[in-house]
Write a protein that binds this ligand. Structure first.
Ligand code: 5AD
Ligand code: SF4
Length: 475
């Protein structure tokens, strides 16, 4: 397939469908609607923006509830409960579709890359119209076209791909910030994780494509970007002209009008001194690093195939804190990996105590079919895991409340994101270190960076007061 021209080909399909939908609209006077439900991580959220772009270019109008002409679930499969939620909601959709015969139901994303899932859907969920995976989301218009022509279930799944299709439609969720894929896939094969099987091998986008996308976003009002990849620290290794992640960041920093740069996720084994250096002297790279620990036990880390020890991790954290003293660290931790003993678990608690994370996402180990950990003997009983999980969570919360409060009384820049959900006299935004701040303000502030006096910390967020620039704070 000629991937350079693939975007053009898809645009032609979109135009064809648009014409067809416009004609229907002339007859019915009613626009068709779509509802896109996203499960899982920021990578999926970004994919959903691309799916929305295609659907809106075809002529669908977005609605938030599922009583729509086109419903798409962008699924996650990182833990089993994500799959259960999809099956549950699909069951409910069946009744909705009976009442609304023209309705189309599409499923895509990580869960669809698992053959046993697709088998189950094919047999027991015949009301699904279109199934595709993670590698071919750019084809959505073509799949809709094929479904309308054939009248039968369309399944289009690729095991992997080494190609990236650029320049497709897109609808950003926020006018002032955007997610930018810098790479796709993962080569790490952590033994518990299904991502490398469902997202394929690592591929980096060309730096010029990334920069061009960010420039266009900035010209369109974006001030903050989140660079996305399963392991951003190994960016650029497979490019024709290899480039490091730190070098990419240095180039992105030069973009005028761009104020904040975030990135996610960093694998500790690949976090270079060069990156720490670039972060420490940057004015734009946010003071936040998400550095998944997974376990504090070197023995378990080996079983997990993480390729670092507890000591390596702690050393890395020391280096980062020395270079960027105001950095916020967050992490992911799995409890109850096969063979985890009380001693192993205490090593995890020890790291949490030493690092003092701003926040930690804690997960109960979930067995994923096909991963090496799924066939390990010595799976941990549920009650033991639950007890450890609760103990970890309370330690994380206690430390987090303390750590988050460290800027009380200071004035810091907040990027205002929205009107507060509970009180419309307040606006809600984020500090560079990602902590949430609520303060009195109006919608005109949305998308702007405002200096805010951080009056009071309430656990994991602040209540503040906007400062006019140059105003001194007393006390
Ligand atoms: N069970 C529990 N948590 C998992 N994660 C990945 N795979 C599993 C699993 N099988 C967690 C890891 C990862 C985060 C995105 O999800 O902590 O960093
Ligand atoms: Fe999964 Fe490990 Fe890759 Fe992260 S680095 S996506 S945990 S395999």
């Amino acid at each position: 397939m000629d991937f350079e021209n693939e975007a053009l080909r898809q645009k032609a399909v979109i135009a064809g469908l648009r014409e067809r939908f416009d004609k229907e609209y002339e007859k019915t006077g009613r626009k068709k609607t779509y509802c896109c439900v996203t499960f899982g991580c920021q990578m999926n959220a970004r994919d959903s923006e691309k799916l929305s772009g295609i659907l809106e270019d075809i002529g669908y109008e977005r609605v938030e509830d599922e009583d729509a002409d086109f419903i798409i679930y962008n699924t996650c499969t990182v833990r089993e409960n994500a799959n259960q939620r999809v099956y549950g909601r699909l069951g409910a959709l069946k009744k909705l579709k009976e009442k609304r015969p023209g309705m189309l139901i599409a499923l895509c994303g990580c869960m669809m890359q698992e053959p046993q899932v697709v088998e189950k859907l094919r047999k027991s969920y015949r009301h699904v119209d279109i199934i595709f995976g993670t590698h071919n989301i750019y084809k959505l218009a073509e799949l809709i076209h094929d479904r309308l022509e054939s009248g039968s279930m369309i399944i289009d799944l690729w095991k992997d791909t080494d190609k990236i299709v650029e320049d497709l439609p897109n609808r950003r969720k926020y006018p002032f910030k955007s997610g930018i894929n810098i790479m796709f896939g993962c080569n790490n094969f952590c033994s518990y994780c299904i991502v490398p099987y469902v997202r394929g091998r690592e591929r980096s986008r060309r730096p010029e494509d990334i920069i061009e996308e960010i420039r266009a976003d900035v010209a369109d009002g974006v001030v903050e970007v989140m660079l996305l990849g399963q392991n951003v620290n190994s960016y650029g290794k497979n490019l024709d002209t290899p480039m490091s992640f730190a070098q990419l960041l240095t180039e992105i920093e030069k973009i005028d009008g761009l104020e904040r740069i975030r990135f996610m996720t960093s694998h500790p084994k690949d976090l270079s001194d060069e990156l720490i250096e670039v972060m420490s002297r940057s004015k734009k790279i946010c003071r936040h690093l998400h550095l998944p620990l997974q376990s504090g036990s070197s023995r378990i880390l080996k079983q997990m195939n993480r390729k670092y020890t507890k000591e390596d991790y702690l050393l890395l954290v020391d280096k980062i804190k020395a270079a960027c003293p105001d950095i916020s660290l967050t992490t992911d931790i799995i409890v109850g990996f096969p063979g985890e003993t009380e001693e192993d678990f205490k090593e995890t608690l020890d790291v949490v105590e030493k690092v003092r994370y701003d926040s930690a996402y804690t997960f109960i180990y979930s067995k994923r079919t096909g991963t090496p950990a799924a066939s390990m003997t010595d799976q941990i009983p549920e009650d033991v895991v639950k007890d450890r999980f609760d103990r970890l969570l309370s330690m994380v919360q206690e430390i987090s409340a303390d750590v988050c409060a460290r800027h009380t009384g200071q004035v810091m820049d907040v990027l205002v994101e929205q009107i507060n959900n509970q009180d419309n006299h307040l606006v809600t935004g984020r500090l560079s270190n990602n902590t949430v701040v609520h303060f009195p303000g109006d919608p005109s502030l949305i998308g702007r960076i405002v200096p805010v006096y951080l009056k009071e910390c309430k656990g994991f967020y602040y209540i503040g007061e906007a400062q006019s620039i140059g105003e001194e704070v007393n006390g």
